[in-house]
Design a protein around this ligand. Structure first.
Ligand code: PLP
Length: 391
């Protein structure tokens, strides 16, 4: 146990360290191939442009897409904003309708744009989930009308790890002519992600969730058989087919493509290894902590996720006391203030039912020793806090 390097990082859903192989691929772009990819009048620009286009082809290939269907963005928050707002506004302008369907457990970067659409007169339906975070496909079908232009549902939850049945959702949404977007940030490198198998029209991803750099992401936007039109959010020089202006982040784009390739190449083996560690973490915690509840859908869940709720413990106090294990209470993406996350509440929990929730996110460099150390520290801390509260 003493051999474990502290603090132990178990928050891989919020971000991941860059893989050294990704950094290596990026480095020349800072100092040598630093050109502006739009400056086609000279070789510096043309070299940078070729790096961007090569990355675009590689990313498209990994998703089963065409290169022209990949739009580079500043991360998944931007991809989600562009997909949701851009598609909804383009379709309303075309007179296709004004109804959008989503789900209460989405990431804030989907929920907040939806709230703004609602303020602007769109009709928005937020599907509920059951106590395990699952949507009901019949409720989805009942919500779809001729007026529905977009369905947006995350592929896998960043908090409780649920994997939603996206292909089936897409099949039903397409029956009424709606477009389908999925936030696949947490799925890349953990489960197979192919835009044709899923039959989605848009898909968001972010490099820093799979061992690439922060501040770079992509949006897949389908061109056939349905042609998705987007009203741009960021306008200017007309980059990315006019959908997302701004000078290309060439090192980031090269890093994204490299990280994505590694994530796909190593997915099966890594997922198997990490799932075994997660199962070890889960069974040991259940054994050590009385009343512990495992959140989410046990059948359709990310291999690297474990979300647990612990009765008679204050979640904030627990996190603050756990200073040598880096975990999270829920979503880090929304510099969350104290209180139960919107996802845990959606499972039917009351704000103050006296349970603390911890999300563990395992990853590429998690070891068995780290898991055993975390179990020890978490159970020790829980027992200590419980003893204090009964004093
Ligand atoms: C992290 C995350 C995002 C936001 O991605 P950024 O690139 O950090 O903006 C969106 N959706 C999910 C599910 C995430 O986990």
């Amino acid at each position: 146990m003493t051999s474990v390097k502290r603090p132990v990082y178990l928050d891989y859903h919020s971000t991941t360290p860059c893989d050294p192989r990704v950094v290596e691929a990026m480095l020349p772009c800072f100092t040598e191939t630093f050109g502006n990819s739009s400056s086609r009048g000279h070789v510096f620009g043309r070299v940078a442009e070729e790096l961007v286009e090569d990355a675009r082809r590689r990313i498209a290939g990994l998703l089963g897409a065409q290169a022209s269907e990949i739009i580079f963005t500043g991360g998944a928050t931007e991809s989600n904003n562009l997909a949701v707002t851009g598609a909804a506004c383009a379709r309303r302008e075309a007179g296709d309708g004004n109804h959008v369907v989503s789900c209460v457990t989405e990431h804030k970067s989907v929920i907040c744009p939806l709230e703004r659409l609602e303020d602007e007169g769109f009709e928005v339906t937020m599907l509920p989930v059951d106590e395990r975070g699952r949507i009901d496909l019949d409720v989805l079908s009942a919500s779809l009308t001729e007026n529905t232009i977009l369905v947006t549902l995350m592929f896998a939850s960043n908090e409780i790890g649920n994997i939603h049945p996206i292909a089936e959702v897409a099949r039903r949404a397409h029956e009424v002519g709606a477009w389908v977007h999925t936030d696949a940030v947490q799925a890349i490198g953990k489960v197979p992600v192919n835009v044709n198998d899923l039959d989605v029209d848009m898909l968001s991803l972010s490099a820093h969730k799979f061992y690439g750099p922060k501040g770079i992401g992509a949006l897949y936007r389908r061109e056939s058989p349905r042609r998705v039109k987007l009203k741009p959010c960021i306008i200017g020089g007309g980059h990315e087919r006019g959908v997302r202006s701004g000078t290309h982040n060439v090192p980031g784009i090269v890093g994204l493509a490299t990280a994505f390739e590694l994530a796909v190449q190593e997915r099966e083996e890594e997922s198997r290894r990490v799932a075994a560690l997660r199962d070890r973490l889960e069974s040991q915690l259940i054994e050590e902590i009385e009343g512990l509840v495992v959140n989410g859908d046990h059948e359709h869940r990310l291999p690297n996720n474990l979300s647990v709720s612990i009765p008679y413990v204050d979640g904030e106090a627990l996190l603050l006391s756990l200073d040598d294990v880096a975990v999270s209470s829920g979503s880090a993406c929304k510099s969350e203030t104290a209180g139960t996350s919107h996802v845990i509440k959606a499972l039917g929990r009351e704000e103050d039912d006296g349970r603390g929730t911890i999300r563990f996110g395992l990853g590429r460099w998690t070891t068995e020793e780290e898991i055993d150390f975390a179990v020890g520290r978490v159970s020790e801390t829980v027992n200590h806090l419980r003893a204090l509260s009964t004093l």
